[in-house]
Design a protein around this ligand. Structure first.
Ligand SMILES: [Zn+2]
Length: 218
């Protein structure tokens, strides 16, 4: 693969800095993690967005979170059709092999993926309707969310988009339960599901409350 280039120098420098400080200070812990394997207590499904900094928000160290990121933190419905399913594969490994105790879906404010879904469903982004659009077909998972938000009859479009970000979390939680291994772990009380929405600008964090069907501040 002749197109692969050396790492840009700013990253090389940062790596050497990390090796000499953070790694050097915690060498024993890194060796322990390498030898004992990972035993994360939680799996987090969050957006690819570079502003979503899951480990920073929770002060998490190496080995603590099994993190899967995709566009708009979506979990597709269970579909054992022999195709490539990255999110489902990560989920299967976390639940059946790592046996994580918590499964956290974290949405966020100003989500580009969710906005794309909003635009697509409201007829403002025909390019996303094409079969060849990977983003568009991925965002099909959230179409039922658009219909739910539409039923709210909100006057404020910014609020409607925010509600769609939250619907992405709720629909993902619903889809999680379509996976037999998730459902049985939840019913057996070895796994708990959590839905979060993170406000990037305000540093806010809200937790989904199924009793009221609302997100409330943590
Ligand atoms: Zn996002």
């Amino acid at each position: 693969m002749e197109y692969a280039k050396p790492l840009p120098s700013y990253l090389t420098k940062r790596y050497h800095g990390w090796k000499a400080t953070s790694y050097a200070d915690n060498k024993v812990w890194y060796r322990h993690l390498a030898e004992e394997g990972q035993r994360p207590r939680a799996m987090v499904i969050s957006c690819c967005d570079s502003r979503v900094h899951v480990t920073s928000i929770f002060g998490a160290d190496q080995g603590e979170f099994f993190i899967h990121r995709n566009i708009a933190n979506l979990v597709p419905p269970y579909a054992p059709d022999g195709d490539h399913h990255g999110t489902s594969a990560a989920l299967e490994f976390a639940v059946t092999s790592l046996k994580v105790a918590h499964l956290i879906v974290m949405g966020h404010s100003n989500c580009g993926g969710v906005n794309g879904c909003y635009d697509m469903c409201s007829g403002q982004a025909p390019e996303l309707e094409k079969k060849s659009s990977f983003v568009g077909r991925w965002m099909d998972i959230l179409r039922p969310g658009y219909n739910r938000v539409k039923d709210m009859n909100l006057d404020d479009e910014a609020e409607a988009r925010r509600q769609l970000e939250k619907a992405a979390v709720v629909i993902s939680l619903e889809n999680l339960l379509t996976f037999p291994f998730v459902k049985s772990a939840v019913e057996g009380e070895t796994l708990s599901l959590h839905g979060l929405w993170h406000d990037i600008g305000e540093g806010g964090l809200q937790n989904y409350d199924p009793e009221t069907d609302m997100f409330v501040d943590v």
